[in-house]
Design a protein around this ligand. Structure first.
Ligand code: KG4
Ligand code: ZN
Length: 338
C-alpha cells in the first residue's frame, strides 16, 4: 500500500510517500524559517498562505521523482492537529480533495503520534511497549505506549513546552528565530558558571515546568555584563538544566513503569546535549534508547505517511468532512489493535 503523507501543522510544508512493505519511498520539505525569521517567530496567516503556495507543487514533484502516478497511491494521510488552524486546513482540504478525486481513503493523523512513531522509520525500530518522551515546540509529553493509539499519559508540561522554552530563552538572549538550534549552537562555546534550577525534580511526579527556568535565565542574563561569553555560558547553563531535567524525569518514568525502552522524538530531540544526557541515563538504567534520524526529529512528512499507513492498514479512515483540530489530546486517539 502506497500512502502519501502531508504535514502542514506549523511552519514546514512536508510531504512523503511510504509503502507498507517497502518502507519510506521518498520525502520532501519546504521550510518557512526564512520567511518567519524576519518577524522573530511564526506568523500564522503567512504560514497558511505559504502552505497554499508550496503544497501542490511539492506533491507533484515528489510523485514525479518517485515515478509514481495518482493511480499508484492507495491512501492519503494528513496532519489534522494539533497545530495552527489555518495551516492545518490547507493540508486537510488538499488531502481530502485529492482522496476524493483519486477515489482513495484519507486518514487524519495526530501530529504528536507522527513524532512518536518517527523512530519506526529507522533500521532498528523499538518494539512495544515503551516510554516515549515527546519534546516539540508546542508539547512536552511523557507517555507509556503499549501500541498504536494505546497511550497512557504519564506527565506533561504545565506551562511552556521544552521547544517553546528554548525559543523564548533564545529570544531573550537576542538570538532570534528559530531559537532552539541557535541557542544550542551558542551553548557549545559556553560553560555553565552557575547552577540553573532543575524544575520539579525535587518532588515526585512526572510533569514538567520550564517557565521558571526561563525567568531564571533572563534574570541571570540581566545581572551579567551581557558579553558574548556571558551569553554562551548562560545558554550552556540553560541547555544543561533542560537536558538534566528531562533525563531525571525519563529515568523516573522507566523505573515507575518497569519498562526498558525509551523513545525520544520531536524537534528538541535533535539537540545533541539532550541526546547525550538521555543516552547516558538509559545506559546506566540498562535500557534501550531510540531516536529518529535528525531530519525526522523536526516536522516532516515521512512520520505522517508512516502513522497514516498504520491506521489505514487497520481499516481506519475519515469520512468526507474536512477534519482539522487545533487542540487534540493524544489520549483521545483510538487504538489499532486490542
Ligand atoms: O517538532 P517540531 O519541529 O515542531 C513542533 O511540533 O513544534 O519542534 C520544533 C521545536 C522548536 O521549538 C525548535 O526550537 C526546537 O524544536 N528545536 C530544538 C533544536 N532543533 C529544533 N531545540 C533545541 N535544540 C535543537 N537542536
Ligand atoms: Zn512537530
Amino acid at each position: 500500500m502506497y500512502v502519501l503523507g502531508i504535514e502542514t501543522s506549523c511552519d514546514e510544508t512536508a510531504v512523503a510517500i511510504y509503502h507498507s512493505e517497502q518502507g519510506l519511498i521518498n520525502h520532501n520539505l519546504h521550510s518557512q524559517v526564512d520567511m518567519h525569521s524576519e518577524y522573530g517567530g511564526v506568523v500564522p496567516e503567512l504560514a497558511s498562505r505559504d502552505h497554499i503556495r508550496k503544497l501542490a507543487p511539492l506533491i507533484k514533484q515528489l510523485m514525479q521523482e518517485s515515478r509514481l502516478s495518482s493511480a499508484d497511491i492507495n491512501g492519503i494521510a494528513y496532519t489534522a492537529g494539533p497545530g495552527l488552524m489555518g495551516a492545518l486546513l490547507v493540508g486537510a482540504t488538499t488531502a481530502r480533495s485529492l482522496a476524493w478525486a483519486w477515489k482513495i481513503p484519507a486518514v487524519a493523523v495526530h501530529h504528536m503520534e507522527g513524532h512518536l512513531l518517527a523512530p519506526m522509520l529507522e533500521e532498528n525500530p523499538p518494539e512495544f511497549p515503551f516510554v516515549a518522551l515527546l519534546i516539540s515546540g508546542g508539547h512536552t509529553l511523557l507517555i507509556q505506549v503499549k501500541g498504536i493509539g494505546r497511550y497512557q499519559l504519564l506527565g506533561e508540561s504545565l506551562d511552556d513546552a521544552a521547544g517553546e522554552a528554548f525559543d523564548k530563552t533564545a529570544k531573550m538572549l537576542g538570538l532570534g528565530y528559530p531559537g532552539g538550534p541557535k541557542l544550542s549552537a551558542l551553548a557549545e562555546h559556553g560553560t555553565p558558571q552557575i547552577k540553573f534550577p532543575r524544575p520539579m525534580t525535587d518532588r515526585p511526579g512526572l510533569d514538567f515546568s520550564f517557565s521558571g527556568l526561563k525567568t531564571f535565565t533572563l534574570n541571570t542574563f540581566n545581572a551579567s555584563k551581557k558579553t558574548e561569553q556571558d551569553q554562551a555560558d548562560i545558554a550552556a547553563g540553560f541547555q544543561q538544566a533542560v537536558a538534566e531535567t528531562l533525563s531525571i524525569k525519563c529515568k523516573r518514568a522507566l523505573q515507575q513503569t518497569g519498562l526498558k525502552r525509551l523513545v525520544v522524538a520531536g524537534g528538541v530531540s535533535a539537540n545533541k546535549q539532550i541526546r547525550a544526557a538521555l543516552t547516558e541515563m538509559t545506559a546506566k538504567e540498562q535500557a534501550q534508547i531510540y531516536f529518529p534520524r535528525l531530519e525526522f526529529c523536526t516536522d516532516n512528512g515521512a512520520m505522517i505517511a508512516y502513522a497514516g499507513c498504520q491506521r489505514l492498514m487497520a481499516g481506519q479512515q475519515q469520512g468526507l468532512e474536512i477534519f482539522a483540530r487545533p487542540r487534540w489530546p493524544i489520549s483521545e486517539l483510538s487504538q489499532t489493535t486490542d
